[in-house]
Design a protein around this ligand. Structure first.
Ligand SMILES: [Zn+2]
Length: 184
């Protein structure tokens, strides 16, 4: 659907419908998500989007790396907000108007995130959260580089050990019959 079509189409919508449509568009291709997708693609990583069957519908799923990536907005997911004190942080300013409402809402989101990642971990998935603030132009490349590094590290942990032979054991195996022979 072209943006023009959306605009024409939107004129005929009620405010609620328009709000819903806008939210759907926003959720589908939020900018931070595009940055991560492009950054990973460029580095040769392949992924699936919004895996509906996994808890929390991770934004990106890299099966080969058994990794789910969540790209979280700092406000909605309460980045750097302590879940006990629930005080505002540098990147999540909890509004003073309707303060209790926002505290409750953000706390719920944080708890849900934690619970979903716990479930994923139980299923054998690694979870990585990329925060919106880590994708600011000044930090973007570092964030993507360290993300790539982490993914490669995960892959090596999963596969590296298996491909390394055990020279120590081989040596022992070779010596065993000799030791047995000496005893005869
Ligand atoms: Zn943040």
């Amino acid at each position: 659907m072209s943006p023009l079509y959306i605009c024409n189409h939107m004129d005929h919508l009620t405010p609620q419908q328009r709000h819903k449509t806008m939210a759907a568009i926003r959720n589908k291709n939020t900018k931070p998500e595009i940055i991560v997708r492009k950054g990973l693609w460029k580095r040769g990583f392949r992924y699936r989007l919004n895996h509906k069957r996994l808890p929390g519908h991770p934004d990106l799923v890299l099966r080969k790396y058994r990794t789910c990536i969540f790209i979280n907005g700092c406000f909605w997911h309460g980045h750097l907000v302590d879940s006990i004190t629930m005080e505002s942080s540098a990147c999540c300013k909890i509004p003073t108007t309707n303060h209790d409402f926002w505290v409750a809402k953000i706390r719920r989101n944080k708890e849900r995130d934690k619970e979903e990642q716990r479930k994923l971990a139980e299923m054998g998935w690694h979870c990585i959260t990329v925060w919106e603030c880590e994708l600011k132009p000044s930090k973007r490349e570092d964030t993507l580089e360290s993300l790539a590094f982490t993914l490669n590290h995960i892959w090596l942990q999963d596969h590296g050990a298996k491909s390394i032979p055990y020279p120590q054991l081989e040596e022992e195996d070779m010596q065993m019959p000799m030791a047995a022979e000496n005893e005869l």
